[in-house]
Write a protein that binds this ligand. Structure first.
Ligand code: 13P
Ligand code: SF4
Length: 321
């Protein structure tokens, strides 16, 4: 239940600060509903780059706010809690990436947006779950690719591009890795006829394709999608039930997009504690006090900008509202 005083104060302070509020699809429902835009990583990065507001309040995790700062260095970027990290972004450091590059001279480095600014500064092209296949496909077929840090997204991209010269870092997101094939098979048996929306970071992505291959679920009902593309698919679906394999915050946006459809989580415990650190109270404090301000050292931001700019130029539009 949204407190109208809270919502009024957030809106008034945002106007006073000339701030745009961006929220990721995994945010708490109150935060998603008050935001100017809610969407996936790619859509929010594009919005940050294009916004005319002088301040961006990023309701998401730290690497997202850093990406906004890299794309819009002259703007003030705030995150309501700078301690909102990401286990996936923590799974590779800039030193580790430098050592990996030294083993593969001439390889093109593709890093998922879920990385620190220092890792982006060592990267040729960043990608998100929405455009990872397009980004890797844009690299000449005979050039080696180093893909980091998510092994499940990497496996998905390798499968779709058919590349055998793509090396994949063995990182993972603790929330998505915890959504496994056994849980998926159990939920599919319990909800016959349901469509499947699977985020490519999930541990169950290969199992979903296996279920399709075995004819357990018709192939056209299995969709591997970014969070923004899940919301788009929901607007067009004719299914009555959809099983959703991603962080549970996504269900709010899906139910808003298609109120008549029964959306169920494959794993109801798949909640990201970092995303949930952005509370209504902290958003208000952020707007009142101008906290927490995100800064990326100029040299790091300058070194990372080309990779992030290439990321937002590749792939289909959409992914946010
Ligand atoms: P997308 O919203 O880009 O699909 O990313 C999901 C994610 O894990 C963000 O932390
Ligand atoms: Fe990171 Fe996973 Fe949380 Fe997304 S859901 S922010 S990848 S820990």
């Amino acid at each position: 239940m949204v407190d109208t005083d809270w919502a009024d104060e957030v809106r008034a302070l945002a106007r006073e600060r000339d701030a745009v509020i961006l929220a990721h699809n995994y945010q708490l429902p109150e935060i998603q509903d008050i935001a100017d835009h809610t969407g996936d990583s790619l859509a929010l990065s594009r919005l940050a780059a294009a916004s005319e507001a002088s301040t961006i309040v990023f309701c998401g995790v730290h690497f997202m706010a850093e990406t906004a700062k890299i794309l819009a260095p002259d703007k003030t970027v705030l995150i309501p809690d700078a301690a909102a990290g990401c286990s996936l972004a923590d799974s590779i450091t800039a030193d580790q990436l430098r050592a990996w590059k030294a083993e593969h001279p001439g390889a093109v480095v593709v890093s998922y947006v879920n990385t620190t600014a220092e890792v982006k500064a060592e990267t040729d092209i960043c990608c998100t779950s929405s455009n990872a296949v397009d980004v890797v496909a844009s690299i000449p077929a005979d050039t080696e690719v180093l893909f980091c840090p998510d092994q499940f997204l990497g496996a998905h991209v390798k499968r779709l591009t058919g590349r055998d010269n793509m090396h994949i870092w063995a990182g993972e997101c603790h929330v998505h890795a915890g959504i496994n094939g056994d849980q998926l098979a159990e939920r599919v048996a319990a909800v016959p006829g349901a469509e499947l929306y699977i985020h490519p970071e999930c541990g169950c992505a290969t199992s979903a394709l296996y279920l399709a291959g075995e004819g357990v679920v018709p192939a056209e009902k299995v969709k591997v999608l970014s969070t923004g593309d899940m919301a788009t698919a929901a607007r067009h679906t004719s299914a009555t039930a959809v099983l959703v394999a991603t962080e549970v915050g996504m269900l709010h946006q899906l139910r808003r997009a298609a109120p008549g459809v029964d959306f169920q989580a494959v794993n109801e415990r798949a909640s990201c504690r970092y995303m949930k650190m952005i509370t209504p109270e902290k958003l208000l404090r952020s707007l009142r006090e101008g906290t927490d301000e995100v800064d990326v050292p100029t040299a790091t931001a300058d070194a990372a900008r080309a990779a992030v700019t290439r990321m937002i130029s590749i792939g289909h539009p959409g992914g946010g509202e």
